[in-house]
Design a protein around this ligand. Structure first.
Ligand SMILES: Cc1cc2nc3c(=O)[nH]c(=O)nc-3n(C[C@H](O)[C@H](O)[C@H](O)COP(=O)(O)OP(=O)(O)OC[C@H]3O[C@@H](n4cnc5c(N)ncnc54)[C@H](O)[C@@H]3O)c2cc1C
Length: 393
C-alpha cells in the first residue's frame, strides 16, 4: 500500500516547516513547555498568524475564508503542528467544531458574520454541551430557552466548558421544547459572551487545566441566535461531534516526537551503571509504543481518506480511533512515567529535576482528565459495539 501524500501536499509540508522555524519562537516553545492551563498551548497571536495564511481552514470553501484544498493538506498541516508542539488551543474549537457546524446549518447572515473572523483566527469560541446532570447522555440537558417576543430567555447551567474565560462567543445546547420527546426539543444557540446574565466560574482538573462552570440567569438573546432548525439541535450536534472527532488527524506525530525524545533519554541515562536502553522491558515497551503510534497513524489516514473521498465525517472509524487514542494511549504514557521512575513524577515547576520538561508527567495527568474530553472512551466503545459489531443496544 502506498501512503505517499500528493506532491502538492508534500510541498506544502515544507512551507509549513519553514513557517514554524521562523514563527515558533523560543518564547512560544517555552510557554508551551510550561503551560498548565492549556495542554495544547493557547496563544491567540500565533493563531492569528496561522489564520493570516488561511491554514486554520484549509479545506473550507474559499467564499468563507478557506483555501478550498484537499484533506491531505490539512493532515500535513496537523502533522507538522503536532510534531513541532505548536499551540492550537486558541483556534481548534472555532475552526474544527463551530465553523463546520456554521457552514452546514448557519444562515447566510450567520456565515458572513462568524466564518471570516474564525478563518482569520480572530475569534475564540467555547462550546457548552455538558451540564451537571447531562454528559454522555446529552439528550438530558435541562438548560432552558423560552421564547419571549423576538428574544429567547435562557436559564440553567453548563459544566466543564473549556476556553470560556477567553472566548468571544459561546455555542450552547439548550432545551426549547420540554414537552417534546427528549431528543426532539433541543436547539443550538450562539451567544456573545458579553451578554448580561452569564456567570463563569473556574473549575480546575487534576492536571491544572481550567474548565468552567457556567450559570445563565435570564440571559436574553435575539431570535436569530438559533443555529439550524429549532428543536433539531440534537441531530445537528451528532454530525458536528463526528466532524470535530475527525479533526486533528496529525496528532500521532506529537506522540512520535515524544517517543523519539524518550528513546534518546533511555540511551543517554544509566541506572546502576547500565544504560536504560539495555533493559529488555525498556526495549519491549518502546517497541510497543512505536507499534501503537503507527496504528494511530493508520487510523488517522483511514478517516482522512474517507473524508477525501467525499463522505461525511465517519462515525465508526472515528469511534475506533477514539478508543485507540484514549485507552491504549494511556498505557504507553504510563509506561513512560514508570520508566522515568521518581523523576517522572516531578512537575514542570522543578524543571531541573524533571526530564523532558516534565512532558510525561503532564501527559500522564492529561491522559486521565482528557479521556473525558469530547466524549468518554466508554461512549466510543458503545459506538463500536453498536455500529461496527452490530451488537444489541
Ligand atoms: C478536560 C475536559 C474538557 C472538557 N471540555 C468540555 C467543553 O468544552 N464543553 C463541554 O460541553 N463539555 C466539556 N467536557 C465535558 C465532557 O464532554 C464530559 O465530561 C463527558 O462527555 C462525560 O460526561 P460526564 O462528565 O457528565 O460523565 P458521565 O456521562 O456522567 O459519565 C460518567 C462515567 O460513566 C460512563 N458512562 C456514562 N454513560 C455510559 C453508557 N451508556 N455506557 C457505558 N458507560 C457510560 C462514562 O463513560 C464515564 O466513565 C470536558 C471534560 C474534560 C475532562
Amino acid at each position: 500500500m502506498d501512503f505517499k501524500f500528493p506532491e502538492a501536499a508534500e510541498k506544502f509540508r515544507l512551507e509549513v516547516r519553514e513557517f514554524l522555524k521562523k514563527e515558533l519562537t523560543p518564547e512560544i516553545r517555552d510557554e508551551y513547555a510550561h503551560c498548565t492551563d492549556y495542554p495544547h498551548g493557547f496563544n491567540k497571536a500565533f493563531s492569528r498568524k496561522l489564520g493570516a495564511k488561511g491554514w486554520l481552514t484549509i479545506t473550507w470553501p474559499k467564499e468563507y475564508g478557506g483555501l478550498g484544498l484537499d484533506v491531505w493538506h490539512r493532515v500535513v498541516f496537523d502533522e507538522e503542528m503536532a510534531a513541532a508542539h505548536a499551540p492550537v488551543a486558541a483556534h481548534q474549537v472555532s475552526a474544527n467544531f463551530v465553523g463546520p457546524a456554521l457552514i452546514h446549518y448557519g444562515t447566510e447572515e450567520q456565515k458572513k458574520k462568524y466564518l471570516p473572523p474564525i478563518a482569520r483566527g480572530e475569534t475564540v469560541w467555547a462550546v457548552g454541551m455538558t451540564e451537571a446532570n447531562a454528559g454522555t447522555d446529552l439528550a438530558s440537558i435541562e438548560t432552558r430557552a423560552v421564547r419571549d417576543g423576538d428574544e429567547w430567555v435562557i436559564n440553567g447551567n453548563k459544566m466543564y466548558t473549556e476556553h470560556l474565560q477567553d472566548a468571544d462567543y459561546y455555542w450552547v445546547l439548550v432545551r426549547t421544547d420540554p414537552s417534546a420527546e427528549r431528543h426532539r426539543g433541543i436547539s443550538i444557540m450562539v451567544l456573545d459572551t458579553r451578554t448580561p446574565g452569564i456567570q463563569v466560574l473556574p473549575l480546575w482538573t487534576m492536571d491544572g487545566y481550567r474548565v468552567n462552570q457556567v450559570y445563565f440567569e435570564d440571559v436574553r438573546v435575539p431570535a436569530d441566535a438559533i443555529l439550524g432548525e429549532v428543536n433539531r439541535g440534537f441531530y445537528h450536534l451528532a454530525m458536528t461531534l463526528n466532524t470535530m472527532r475527525s479533526a486533528g488527524l496529525g496528532g500521532w506525530t506529537e506522540s512520535r516526537r515524544d517517543l523519539e525524545d524518550l528513546v534518546l533519554y533511555c540511551k543517554a541515562t544509566k541506572v546502576n551503571g547500565r544504560p536504560l536502553i539495555a533493559d529488555e522491558w525498556v526495549k519491549n515497551g518502546l517497541a510497543e509504543f512505536m507499534i501503537y503510534n503507527q496504528i494511530s497513524r493508520l487510523l488517522a489516514y483511514r478517516v482522512a481518506s474517507m473524508l477525501e473521498n467525499g463522505g461525511p465525517a465517519p462515525d465508526k472509524e472515528t469511534a475506533v480511533r477514539q478508543v485507540w487514542g484514549k485507552v491504549y494511549g494511556q498505557l504507553h504514557v504510563k509506561f513512560a512515567c514508570d520508566l522515568l521512575g521518581m523523576a517522572g513524577q516531578v512537575g514542570h515547576y522543578s524543571p531541573e529535576f524533571a526530564p523532558m520538561f516534565a512532558r510525561w508527567e503532564r501527559r500522564y495527568m492529561g491522559s486521565i482528565a482528557g479521556a473525558h474530553n469530547g466524549g468518554t472512551p466508554e461512549n466510543a466503545l458503545n459506538t463500536v459495539a453498536l455500529r461496527v459489531l452490530g451488537l444489541p443496544r
